[in-house]
Design a protein around this ligand. Sequence first.
Ligand SMILES: Nc1ncnc2c1ncn2[C@@H]1O[C@H](COP(=O)(O)OP(=O)(O)O)[C@@H](O)[C@H]1O
Ligand SMILES: [Mg+2]
Length: 471
Amino acid sequence: MGEPKNEIFMEILDGIVENPYIGIIMVDTEGNINKVNKTYLEILGLTEEDVIDKHVLDITPHSRLPEVLKTKEVHLADHWPVNNHDTIVFRMPLYKDGKLIGAMGQSLVLDAAGVKILSKKLRELEGELAVYKDVVNSIYRSKNSFDNIVGEDTRLQAVKSIAERAAYTGSTILLRGESGTGKDLFANAIHKASPRADQPFIRVNCAALPDQLLESELFGYEEGAFTGARKGGKPGKFELANRGTIFLDEIGDMPMTMQSKLLIVLQEREVERVGGTKPIAVDVQVIAASNRPLEDMIKKGKFREDLYYRLNVVSLEVPPLRERAQDIGLLANYLVPKLNQRLHSSVESISPEAIHLLCNYDWPGNVRELENLLERAMNLADLNQQKTLNPEHFPSLSRLVTPPTVEVAVTDHLGDAVEQVEMETIRRVLAKTNNNKAKAAKILGLNKSVLYRKLYKYGLISKSDLDRVEI
Ligand SMILES: Nc1ncnc2c1ncn2[C@@H]1O[C@H](COP(=O)(O)OP(=O)(O)O)[C@@H](O)[C@H]1O
Ligand SMILES: [Mg+2]
């Protein structure tokens, strides 16, 4: 390396050493400090003169660098408090020409600036993860078809056969049913069974986005439509779904202004991008879904009656699980191997005794809750490498099936007893409100997010359900 290049290299190295996020300290083979960067000095609250050439144990009496010098071991990511600062420390011996010349410690500071940077990174990663989850979900789900909608209940069978016919005719469909009954599953199956199966299936969650975002999400926008608009504009979901199916989920949560705009699109079968001037023709099958009481909402002026009729060409009501309890066994037998594929657990099946337990449980939830419960049980069984789910893997249910009178005597531990009563009460109120969590929260006198956290704790919802609510 020539001299100027070497200088540049040294400057870069200096830049790396002098950064505000990582404290760096180096000692010689005796343990005397020969280099400290500004960040580390700040952590110590000392100046360079205070520390250079001093023994590291005189400056930080608990330092483990002498140990590194002795053992020549590398310490990776040690959580270490330095002078009341939380840090993550890496320690390593330093060699030159194969000879030990000292040791170095790098401390990632976990407060103020450090935390800000880390949490920003985390948020970015979580955002990315959510996108990938959606993609994975859509790939995974597009494999579903009517065969994967399990149940012998006559009402469910009737809904399936009407759905199959509507898939064929391409009529607009309105799916109704409580959360977790299988509306998404139906929408996917309809698309798969339709002549549009090779074309896109695009799902839009109308509840997830605020008004203006929903509009550009659905209809797209032109370049320069607003500050931050992407160069070249962006197609909306309707355009993306062209020749395929658009699934408007949670339609009952769509704001009124958007309902009017959607109605026009459904009538004209063309969309206009935000900031655009010319309409774009779209050929899509529309499936909408909601768990809200749309008829009541119309009376209260919260949902447009004309939109309702435009959507409700074919009306499908998916029955809740408690009204088809005889399907619980079938579902459990179907879901365990399916979950096993995803979880790579040891569990391959579920015993008749466990199914009996599930069937005798006064069910407040739907298939999603059943799935969550099975997943928890499988994790438990997997810990002992068991192949079959047994009643013991459903500790929350075994306790619930005991009479709902307040049997605090079951346990003498006060905390456990309180939890039992709490879980029992929540379960009862959920059953009373048809699993309407907002209503249940009100009756229970709980904040909705507190209720969700408790539901998660007792295995009645999954982590992702919880996260969705907490965002
Ligand atoms: N009849 C069914 N057979 C098999 N799995 C089902 C059935 N109904 C629902 N599920 C599963 O339960 C979960 C929740 O269903 P989903 O379609 O998301 O409900 P919704 O959209 O009504 O909230 C999904 O994992 C789905 O695959
Ligand atoms: Mg859904």
